[in-house]
Design a protein around this ligand. Structure first.
Ligand SMILES: *[C@@H]1O[C@H](CO)[C@@H](O)[C@H](O)[C@H]1NC(C)=O
Length: 323
């Protein structure tokens, strides 16, 4: 079927078509989405079902969140997304009210730029996350971009997918890679990069937050954190040029076929309490223990009985841009 002539003609046509486009795509990203203030509701919606991660949380709908002040557009035009920090609760009743937002659509390879003025602080019982997931888990992949629990002060990046997917190619990064296997071959651990101290929680907020960026291509996923005082000028002026960014927090690239293992993703922003991660490690987190035989119950008791502890458990988002 395939003569050598056809092959060489095909290769020639392909190279003349692909090269300039590929070069252009590398050098300049086009703005596809710019969510900020009220425009969030163009692209994002409320998830108000029971928490799939089994948290002591009640995710509210939009009208309830607006009525109770859990969600607000600030005078600076940013989006405030907090939790109920006023009600004392019965530990055996429904969980603390919070918000979980999800994109209406699914998004693929690109450059994601999240500008945060504040994220939930280093607070016992909390589990905030900015992450994405494909329609079918784990085959379509999951990317945990910002995540932490309890008294966290450094970000934990985790990717999950099916089979074996090795991203531990030895690339330079600022974070600590403790596992390079994102697939089920590593069990449920996934591939993991821990960022430096200050990349989440209280110290993140003290420096005015900053920008998280994720570049997702067919070959790699890179994640950067830029503190407020060192955001690259190309991001600030709206024409991000990743080739000029400094070393990323995480550079996930190896033999894994990223294009095949990470399908279009729905993005999610939430704050939950206790549950599968925060609750399970609560006993090791130097947090108040009320039931020494049951760390999860201690977590739930703490979250139920100490509303004032959760005043700082809010996200303040200047913008989320997708290029
Ligand atoms: C939103 O939630 C509140 C409180 O749970 C409920 O009373 C109300 O009917 C809901 N509104 C909509 C539009 O579903």
């Amino acid at each position: 079927m395939s003569s050598s002539l056809m092959w060489s003609v095909g290769a020639l046509a392909l190279s003349s078509l692909v090269s300039p486009a590929a070069a252009a795509a590398k050098e300049s990203y086009q703005l596809l989405e710019n969510w900020h203030g009220d425009t969030f509701w163009d692209g994002w919606e409320f998830f108000d079902s029971p928490d799939p991660t089994n948290g002591f949380v009640t995710y509210t709908n939009q009208s309830r969140a607006e009525d109770t002040g859990l969600i607000d557009i600030t005078s600076r035009g940013s989006l405030y997304m907090g939790v109920d920090h006023k009600s004392k609760l019965d530990p055996s009743g429904p969980g603390r009210e919070s918000v979980r937002l999800e994109t209406k659509g699914f998004y693929k390879e690109g450059l994601y730029v999240l500008d945060l003025a504040h994220m939930p602080g280093s607070i016992c019982g909390t589990w905030p996350a900015f992450w994405s997931v494909g329609p079918s888990w784990p085959e379509d992949g999951e990317i945990d971009i910002i995540e932490g629990v309890n008294k966290h002060d450094s970000n934990k990046i985790v990717l999950h997918t099916s089979g074996s997917c090795d991203v531990g190619g030895g690339h330079e990064m600022l974070g600590d890679m403790s596992s390079g296997e994102c697939g089920e071959a590593s069990g449920t651990i996934g591939c993991v990069v821990k960022g430096k101290k200050g990349s989440s929680g209280d110290p993140f907020n003290k420096q005015g937050g900053g920008v998280y960026a994720m570049e997702w291509t067919e070959d790699f996923i890179k994640i950067w954190y830029f503190p407020r005082d060192s955001i690259p000028p190309s991001i600030t002026d709206g024409h991000p040029d990743s080739s000029t960014f400094p070393t990323p927090m995480a550079h996930l690239q190896g033999s894994c076929d990223i294009a095949a293992r990470f399908k279009p993703q729905k993005f999610i922003l939430d704050t939950t309490f206790c549950g599968d991660w925060s609750g399970n490690v609560y006993g090791d987190s130097s947090c108040p223990i009320s039931d020494s035989s049951n760390p999860m119950q201690s977590c739930v008791n703490y979250v139920a009985e100490n509303p004032e502890a959760f005043k700082e458990a809010y996200w303040e988002i200047n913008s989320i841009k997708l290029y």
